[in-house]
Design a protein around this ligand. Structure first.
Ligand SMILES: C[S@@+](CC[C@H](N)C(=O)[O-])C[C@H]1O[C@@H](n2cnc3c(N)ncnc32)[C@H](O)[C@@H]1O
Length: 326
């Protein structure tokens, strides 16, 4: 089972968040809407998701917010967004906050996405003191942490990689559940080399035809946990050789990015690498990491004092699924 953390919720959100209500429902495009959704509702949603997850929703995400949260209104039998937002803040129910956050994250990812990073990782890890540990901090549905684990196996060999660990975290519990299952459509891996397909995946049969499953030895290297990058304390007590933080900082404003990078710093071993997404530039946000090239940053200082280990959690590799064979 994936470990979850108590989420830090925004406090007194309603009083600070609610600007004056506009009476008329917002209608953008030709979309017919089942629920009243005002500009004030959207402003409130933006404020809540910014304070709970650091995500800055731009104006053009209005329709996305409507359609994703409309499901929550249906599930709760509500008629207006105001009712829903009042409820979420009044109840302060962790399960509803989780559903709200899950609904508003964007989870696009792929195996070996931004492929130039993986040879850099492969070249880096054999030079490090073993065992190496890598943190994938916005793991989404698992393609990225599994690509990291596969790269470690290719670079360190089966026995070297068995000692290595990949911590995979995300704020979104729904994507983490999918990640932990390790099952994907064949289409999602068809661009991989035949060698990688054979070495790292099992092919689905019967009810699972057209699917693949990440092999247990790869899944066993990856531990999944929920973690909100905007939390003050990540409760991580070990350091990492590399941190992947790709395509999530683009949703954060500059002050939030700076806070996250400041929290990464003590979690990085000396000479550790930080991998960023293709459109993310931390050069003007922090002095602790300097750009090495190709959106890879290197820690500029010696690592801080050693910390105690990360608390133990279950391993993804223990899950089994029938109907999947080599
Ligand atoms: C676009 S995906 C990127 C996935 C992967 N890193 C990649 O580059 O392919 C962004 C991920 O960041 C996660 N995320 C958003 N806000 C977060 C936060 N405050 N803490 C942790 N993860 C967050 C989302 O749930 C989503 O899965």
């Amino acid at each position: 089972m994936m470990a979850t953390r108590a989420q830090q919720r925004p406090q007194a959100a309603r009083s600070q968040a609610a600007p004056p209500e506009r009476a008329e429902p917002v209608r953008s495009g030709e979309q017919a809407r089942d629920f009243e959704f005002t500009s004030a509702d959207f402003a409130r949603i933006r404020d809540l998701i910014h304070r709970s997850a650091g995500i800055s929703l731009s104006d053009h995400k209005r329709d996305m917010a409507y359609s994703r949260l409309a499901r929550r209104l249906r599930a709760r039998g509500l008629e207006t967004f105001k009712q829903y937002l009042d409820l979420i803040e009044a109840e302060n129910d962790p399960a509803e906050w989780e559903a709200f956050t899950n609904a508003l994250t964007t989870n696009l990812t792929a195996f070996f996405r931004e492929a130039h990073h993986f040879p850099i990782l492969a070249e880096f890890v054999p030079r490090r003191a073993q065992p190496v540990s890598v943190w994938c901090s916005a793991a989404s549905t698992g393609e990225e942490p599994y690509s990291i684990a596969m790269t470690l196996i290719e670079a360190l060999g089966d026995s070297g990689a068995r000692q290595a660990t990949v911590l995979a975290t995300d704020i979104d519990t729904q994507v983490l559940a999918k990640a932990e299952a390790g099952m994907y459509q064949f289409d999602q891996v068809k661009h991989l080399s035949p060698e990688r397909l054979k070495r790292f995946f099992l092919k689905g049969t019967g009810a699972h035809a057209g699917m693949v499953k990440v092999r247990p030895e790869v899944r066993a290297m990856v531990r999944f946990e929920q973690l909100n990058l905007t939390d003050r304390d990540y409760q991580l007590r070990s350091q990492f050789d590399a941190i992947f933080c790709r395509n999530v900082m683009i949703y954060f404003d500059k002050p939030t990015q700076a806070q996250v990078l400041a929290r990464f710093e003590p979690l990085m071993k000396s000479g550790g690498l930080l991998f960023a997404g293709h459109s993310e530039n931390f050069t003007y946000v922090t002095q602790a990491f300097k750009l090495r090239g190709q959106t890879v940053y290197e820690l500029t200082r010696d690592a801080g004092t050693a910390r105690t280990p990360v608390r133990a959690t279950s391993h993804a590799g223990s899950a089994t699924t029938s109907g999947v064979t080599a």
